[in-house]
Every structure is written in structure tokens, then in C-alpha cells.
Design a binder for this molecule. Structure first.
Ligand code: WTA
Length: 650
């Protein structure tokens, strides 16, 4: 039996060859960073990266929160991920790909080099893409997606990947915000054995005219698609004639590498900007420290490249360190819930990284599946994206990891670029559902609103008190929003610090447990969504007068989406089933299937203060069927609370 509060010691046998072997080594690194922050980061930047020209300054905070890391340095991220491994790893597998229908590809570093270079030449020669241009990538999980990212990095173009589950509207908004000039997409891909389409979504997104004049289409499933002549080009055709070498663009440390749109507390997603040197440095260092991938290891992260986890821990991190990264198309439960374990056995996977939602589904649908496969190659298991509940953690630890693999509960965000709080697999004693300690070099602290460190057991705000290399550099096109979103809430010793938006608490060991978002962002199956975005999609339905969306705990998804809706006049007479269908139709077209509401309650009014502010805390409590402890006497109409409660829980 696992005691949720007892610390489980790391595997001593495996620790011998680990990069960070014990807590003394962890502490020594953290002390080094505290005593000489610049020395610490400067040392690793020199050790880990291949510089075309050396940097002359480690960090420049004079224009905080607009900071510069490794100023003056020149490098190219695609070279970090490919060229420098050609000397001694050219025949090593860089990417192992397994498609939804079991099709396989093993791509060596040398092949990756040629494929990326050809792609880079294609972007330059056929589309005139140059340094600083924005390229939107709307792709499935196929190797060409990684080539596209690295090809952009090679020529200095800024990629902005839009997750393939987003709708045409959502894609259009992101294209416009980034003022992109090219979209790279595929005809479609496969999911649960069947083809699905992506290109028609791009067609719709560009339908009413766009800054994007050209579309590059990778043919994956060869389904029939519309073709706009003069706009759409076949990758499979064009790539044939391209030269296999392309000189990498010389990039400044602070030249942008990519944008990735993410949800915040307003209706409009933010284009989180990451730059070159600091991002790739931390991507590589966390790969090495947190997963401790070794020369002959095979590492698999099940994320989608449309999210930050796919960027940092499928493509950039593993390739920067010269690892073998597994890329997978499809869903983990198809053809059955043994799929991931079959793959672990077949490829002898050593580190496996996934989301709590996937663990819960695999547990529910295939509790005994792990025992049917040889999982003895596994050394480290990772989780990311949402708090993992103790039952899921226990199953993962005991049944998948055979009680001998460390579970690294990695806490981070799109904005942090890489992990910030996580166990180190061979050093940190772990406990279920706990992200444990800040990684060396990261000054993460839980503070109260006055900027004081909270006491043990007291909930506070998860902050980072010093800039770190892979931190967000800006919100694309909106300096104010960058400052206000992340540096407006908490000050320590009079100086603004980075606030993640998450709540957290310390235990008596000083370990950090993340308790979830403190803002109006909800986390559904590890996908981060702003309630304001969903509300504005619902408001597109002109029968809706008012709406408030909250998260409700869900046994598989972590949180589900719960909408309270006030209809206009007589429209409440339509049947609920029809209304739900109609409203979800708006969500589908504005955002995508991922934001569809699990439940809607049609109510006559929302709980509002006299100044008109919706009291979401009350709505969250009702959705959870909790007792209302808030004072409701200040509400404009206190009787609505009981009315809503009767509808939802009555
Ligand atoms: C949540 C995903 C608890 C958190 C990498 C954060 C977590 C948001 C964990 C970022 C974890 C991420 N434990 N919660 N280990 N990891 N989160 O930007 O609320 O898609 O703010 O990045 O996920 O989501 P994002």
C-alpha cells in the first residue's frame, strides 16, 4: 500500500549512472544558482550549446520584464537539434514514428538533416519565406510536422503551430493575429483506423481572404480534397527537387523561435513568444535532468505537437540532446487500451511521458493491460498538464512502473517553456500527486498576495521570482498584455515577479503541490481553456442572453465544462436537446470539439453583485454540489442562487 504522505526513495541501482544522483547534488546545483545566478546559467549555456559566436552577457534585466538572455550570442536552433549530432550520431534514430494504423518509420539523424534541409529550401525557394516571417503549421502527428518546425528554425522563420483540433474560426484568428504568410497543413491523417481531414478547415479559415496567400499541403491520407490553384501546393511534389543541404540562418540569442497561442482569462488567446537560445538551453537541460535519457535510450512523449509539451518534449528537447524520440499518431486506446504498453515493449521505451487524463483512461479501460506486456525497459514515467489524482498515480507507479520507476510529476506551462517544478528521477524522494521541488536554477516560490512566502499547508500563488532562460518573452503584438498578465499581481520586496496563475501549497518537506488555476482558466483533459473564450463562442448564438462557464471536477478529464445559460425571451420554449445541440454547434465552429460543454443548465438569471459582476465562485460551488458558504446577501437578487441550485442539484 502506498501511503500518500510517505516519501518513496529513488531507485539506487539506476541512480549510479544518473546525471543528478542524489539530493546533495541537487542542492549543490541549486546553491550554485542562488549564489551566482549568472555564473550558473553562463556555465550551462557554454557547456550545452554550440555557439556560432559567443554571448557577451548572461542576462540583461534592465528592461524587466522584457529580459535578454545570452545577448550577443549567435546560434541556430535547428543546428543545435541536428547538425551537431552528425559527428558521432548520424546513424542513430532521431525520430521513431508509429502511425495510427501501425505504419512505422525510423528516421536517423542524417536523414533528419536532409529532410529538414530540403524542407527549408522549399520554404525559401518556392514561398520566399525569410527570417522573421510567421508560418502557421496546422498538422497532424507525422514526422513532416517536426521537419516543418525545424525547417522554420533553420531559416529563421517563426512558426506558430495550431492544434489540429481547433476549428476554422480559431485557426483564422491565430493566422490573423500573427499576420502569417504561409500555412503548412496536411490533407488529413488517421484516427482510430479512419481517415480524418484537416485541409477543409484551412480552406474555411482562408475563405474570406487572408494575409496567407499560399498553402503547403503534405499528402498523408490521400483523401479527396479541394485544391485552389495558385494557392495550394503539394509538398510531396515540390520536395522531390530540393537540395539536401541548406546553410542555417545565423540567429541572435533573442531572435524569436516560435509563437504558441494559449488561453488566458479574456476571450482572445495570447500568442506566447519564445526566443532561441534560452528556450533551447532549458529544453535540453530539463530533458537531461528530468528524464535522464541516456545514449541508447528510447524516449516517448505522447503529447501532440500542437501543445507546448509537443514542442519542448517531443521535438526540441530530445533532439537538442541527441536522443531518440518516439512520435505517435492516433489515440492511446486504439485499437485497444494496451496500445501504449505494446509500443513500450516493441521499442523498448525507457522514458514514458503522458498526461493524467490518458493515465485515467488507460486505467479505466485497461487496468490489467500493462501486465500483458514486457515493460521492464521503463526507467522513468512522467506526467504533465494537470494535477494527477492519487488513484491514477498509484496505478501508474505500481502497474506500469512495477514500483521501481520514478514518477516525475512535471509542473510547467506554455509560458515557462520547460519544466519548472519536478522531481529528479534518481535524486528526489517522491510522493503521489506532488510536483516536489523547483528545478535547479529556477527560483519558484509560493507567495501570498503581499509577496511573502506562505506557511506550510497554506494555499498561495505559484510564482517565479527571477527571470529564467526559457521564460516567455512576450505576447505577440501586445506588450501591455504581457506585463499585465504575468507581472501585475504579485510583488516581492517591491519588485514584480512572474505569477503562473496557479495556486499551490508547501508540505512539511518544503514540497510543492499544485492545486490548480486561480483564474478563469479551466483544464479539460490537460487542455487549457479560458472560460471567457467558451462564453464568447456561446454568445454567438443570438438566442442566448447571458452565459457563465465554470469547470466541474470530472473523473477522467480532470475538469469538465459546465455552462449556465440564460435564454432570451421565448427561446427557452425550444427543447433543451435542440438548444444544447445548437449552442454546441457554435462552440464547435468558434473553437473546436475540445471545448464542447459537457453540461448546460438553463437558468432564469445568474448570481450577480449589485455592480453586475457574476459571482462565479457560487456557480462553481453549485456545479460541485457544495454547500454555499459565501455571503449571498450582497447579490442583486439572492433568490437566484436557490433557483439555480434546484435546477442543477434539485
Ligand atoms: C497545469 C502544459 C498540476 C497548470 C505543460 C498550468 C499542472 C497549466 C501540471 C499549463 C502539473 C501543468 N500538476 N497542474 N504537473 N502541469 N499543469 O500551458 O494549471 O497547456 O498552469 O502547459 O497546466 O498548461 P499549458
Amino acid at each position: 500500500m502506498i501511503d500518500n504522505n510517505r516519501l518513496l526513495k529513488p531507485n539506487r541501482k539506476l541512480a549510479k549512472s544518473a546525471r543528478i544522483k542524489n539530493m546533495c547534488e541537487y542542492q549543490a546545483l541549486q546553491d550554485e544558482a542562488i549564489e551566482d545566478y549568472e555564473g550558473f546559467w553562463g556555465r550551462f549555456a557554454k557547456e550545452k550549446l554550440d555557439w556560432i559566436e559567443p554571448f557577451n552577457n548572461v542576462v540583461d534585466e534592465s528592461n524587466f520584464p522584457f529580459v535578454k538572455w545570452f545577448d550577443g550570442g549567435k546560434l541556430n536552433v535547428s543546428s543545435q537539434c541536428i547538425d551537431r549530432h552528425l559527428k558521432d550520431k548520424k546513424n542513430r534514430a532521431s525520430i521513431i514514428f508509429e502511425g495510427d494504423r501501425g505504419d512505422k518509420q525510423i528516421i536517423t539523424y542524417l536523414e533528419l538533416y536532409y529532410n529538414v534541409n530540403r524542407f527549408a529550401n522549399l520554404l525559401k525557394e518556392d514561398f520566399g519565406i525569410k527570417k522573421g516571417d510567421r508560418v502557421v503549421i496546422y498538422m497532424p502527428m507525422i514526422p513532416e510536422s517536426a521537419y516543418a518546425m525545424l525547417a522554420c528554425a533553420r531559416i529563421g522563420a517563426i512558426h506558430s503551430i495550431v492544434f489540429g483540433g481547433f476549428s476554422a474560426e480559431a485557426l483564422r484568428d491565430r493566422i490573423i493575429d500573427a499576420d502569417a504568410s504561409l500555412v503548412i497543413t496536411a490533407d488529413g491523417a488517421y484516427r482510430k483506423g479512419k481517415p480524418y481531414m484537416l485541409k477543409p478547415v484551412v480552406d474555411n479559415a482562408l475563405a474570406d481572404g487572408s494575409c496567407v496567400k499560399k498553402v503547403l499541403v503534405v499528402e498523408r491520407n490521400n483523401e479527396d480534397i479541394d485544391w485552389v490553384s495558385g494557392r495550394d501546393y503539394s509538398y510531396n511534389e515540390l520536395i522531390k527537387e530540393k537540395a539536401p543541404t541548406c546553410e542555417p540562418e545565423v540567429m541572435d540569442s533573442e531572435d524569436p523561435l516560435f509563437l504558441l497561442y494559449t488561453s488566458g482569462s479574456t476571450g482572445k488567446p495570447k500568442g506566447v513568444q519564445h526566443n532561441s537560445a534560452g528556450y533551447i538551453l532549458w529544453a535540453q537541460m530539463t530533458m537531461e535532468w528530468v528524464f535522464d535519457v541516456k545514449e541508447d535510450d528510447t524516449y516517448w512523449c505522447t503529447a501532440d505537437i500542437g501543445w507546448i509539451t509537443g514542442h519542448t518534449y517531443i521535438v526540441y528537447g530530445p533532439l537538442a540532446m541527441g536522443a531518440t524520440t518516439v512520435m505517435f499518431e492516433g489515440v492511446p486506446t486504439y485499437p485497444d487500451a494496451g496500445r501504449p504498453w505494446k509500443m513500450v515493449e516493441e521499442y523498448k521505451i525507457n522514458q514514458f511521458y503522458t498526461a493524467p487524463t490518458a493515465i485515467r483512461v488507460l486505467h479505466k479501460m485497461g487496468e490489467d493491460e500493462p501486465s500483458k506486456y514486457d515493460l521492464s525497459s521503463l526507467k522513468v514515467l512522467g506526467t504533465v498538464g494537470e494535477p494527477i489524482d492519487p488513484p491514477a498515480w498509484k496505478w501508474y507507479y505500481e502497474e506500469v512502473g512495477d514500483s521501481k520507476c520514478a514518477i516525475v510529476d512535471t509542473y510547467w506551462q506554455t509560458e515557462t517553456g520547460g519544466h519548472i517544478v519536478s522531481p529528479l528521477p534518481y535524486a528526489t524522494p517522491i510522493k503521489p500527486s506532488c510536483a516536489t521541488l523547483p528545478l535547479p536554477g529556477i527560483m519558484a516560490e509560493i507567495l501570498d498576495t503581499d509577496g511573502d512566502r506562505v506557511e506550510v499547508g497554506e494555499k498561495g500563488l505559484m510564482c517565479v521570482t527571477r527571470p529564467w532562460p526559457s521564460m516567455i518573452r512576450g505576447v505577440w503584438g501586445d506588450k501591455d498584455r504581457f506585463v499585465k498578465s504575468y507581472f501585475g499581481d504579485v510583488k516581492k520586496d517591491g519588485k514584480a515577479v512572474y505569477f503562473t496563475g496557479d495556486g499551490a501549497l508547501y508540505d512539511e518537506n518544503g514540497y510543492i503541490t499544485i492545486t490548480g488555476r486561480t483564474d478563469d482558466v479551466i483544464n479539460v483533459s490537460g487542455h487549457r481553456m479560458g472560460t471567457a473564450e467558451i462564453e464568447s463562442a456561446i454568445k454567438k448564438c443570438d438566442k442566448v442572453a447571458e452565459v457563465a462557464v465554470v469547470g466541474r471536477p470530472h473523473s477522467i478529464k480532470g475538469e469538465s465544462i459546465f455552462a449556465y445559460i440564460v435564454m432570451k425571451g421565448d427561446d427557452t420554449l425550444a427543447t433543451e436537446v435542440e438548444l444544447i445541440k445548437e449552442i454546441n454547434g457554435y462552440i464547435k465552429s468558434e473553437i473546436g470539439n475540445i471545448a464542447i460543454c459537457d453540461e448546460m443548465a438553463f437558468v432564469s438569471g445568474l448570481p450577480k453583485t449589485r455592480s453586475g459582476k457574476i459571482m462565479r465562485r457560487i456557480l462553481r460551488a453549485i456545479a460541485k454540489n457544495e454547500e454555499i458558504t459565501q455571503d449571498i446577501s450582497t447579490l442583486e437578487d439572492p433568490t437566484v442562487v436557490e433557483k439555480i441550485n434546484n435546477i442543477v442539484n434539485g
